[in-house]
Design a binder for this molecule. Structure first.
Ligand code: ZN
Length: 326
């Protein structure tokens, strides 16, 4: 982008500051026992104030209360929001579209600050009022060049009284040089190319570093028990069949078939191809491993399809076994 383009872009995004994200969002459900119980279960929060009426009464309350951290949950739009047509009527979505159009395709929730004004109890109705509060100057971050967007949500109850407030900060960034090129080049004043992101690095520990080191050398090894000869993958210290700790390895033929697979279409990860096909590959030797299926249309992949692996470099830091249709 030329300096003029950057100026025009910044004027466009700044026009959103102070705007309501959309109409206030009234929660689909009142504060209720079932959601409170599920929340307490999945978070492992055993506080009896959330589930035990007697205990709650004894504490001087009218009954159980909702965990304060559920505040934002009560007015969430729900799962279908993720698939809603983006754009009209929601200023926040419009704003994010403007960022995307200009190459700022990366998005990262960076932090939230939440204030709680009173305890919520079953029967309360929560409404959220969200305003786009501020957009930072252009910043250089570890993820790329971008802007911090801060929204402020005020939560009110059925009487219009405030019950809490949440500040949510998001970074929109241009993740790499490619994304910038697609949007018309590097932003003004930033001539240095940004680092192209690589895949998440493999965790290498005492029990599996040898396997990754062989991959780096272009070999797919399979661990073999020295006691009973059973093959196993992923690498681990003990044989599940005879409990021997002695092992060596054999080199895989890289021949196999698709045992199962899935296509990761959302979210898109910087550094990963899209579509991303993750296969569970049944190797001829008998073990299975998770690896990418490449070199074919996702629609053509079938369970049972014969594949042949190649251990190859996928980015500046990463060598992986990829499986192609045989
Ligand atoms: Zn064994």
């Amino acid at each position: 982008m030329t300096p003029e383009d950057t100026q025009a872009f910044e004027a466009r995004i700044r026009a959103y500051v102070g705007r309501e994200m959309g109409p206030p969002r009234r929660g689909h459900d009142d504060v209720n026992h079932a959601m409170i119980r599920h929340w307490a279960e999945v978070t492992g929060d055993g506080n009896p104030l959330y589930t035990d009426e007697k205990f709650a009464h004894a504490s001087g309350r009218k009954g159980i209360i909702a965990p304060p951290t559920m505040l934002a949950i009560w007015a969430m739009e729900g799962y279908p929001m993720a698939f809603a047509q983006s754009g009209s009527g929601n200023a926040q979505r419009e704003l994010h579209n403007v960022f995307e159009e200009h190459g700022y395709t990366g998005v990262l929730g960076t932090n939230t600050i939440t204030e709680f004004y009173r305890e919520l109890q079953p029967g309360d109705q929560v409404t959220a009022h969200t305003v786009i509060d501020s957009i930072s100057d252009r910043k250089k971050t570890g993820r790329g060049v971008g802007y911090f967007i801060e929204t402020v949500t005020k939560f009110t109850d059925q009487h219009g009284e405030p019950v809490g407030r949440q500040v949510f900060r998001t970074l929109r960034f241009a993740p790499n040089a490619e994304a910038l090129a697609a949007s018309g080049g590097a932003p003004a004043g930033d001539a240095a190319p940004l680092e192209v992101p690589t895949r998440i690095q493999s965790p290498r520990g005492h029990d599996n570093a040898w396997w990754w080191e062989a991959i780096d050398q272009g070999k797919l090894l399979i661990q073999r028990c020295k006691g009973c000869g059973t093959l196993r993958h992923p690498p681990r210290p003990m044989c599940g069949n005879c409990q021997s700790l002695e092992w060596d390895s054999v080199e895989s033929s890289l021949e196999g078939e698709v045992y199962s697979y899935t296509e990761v279409s959302y979210p898109k990860f910087p550094g990963y191809p899209s579509p991303l096909l993750c296969g569970l590959i049944q190797l001829r030797e008998g073990t299975r491993l998770v690896a990418n299926i490449v070199g074919c249309d996702p629609a053509d992949v079938r369970i049972g399809m014969k594949v042949k692996g190649r251990v190859e470099r996928v980015d500046a830091k990463t060598v992986l076994p990829n499986f192609y249709p045989a």
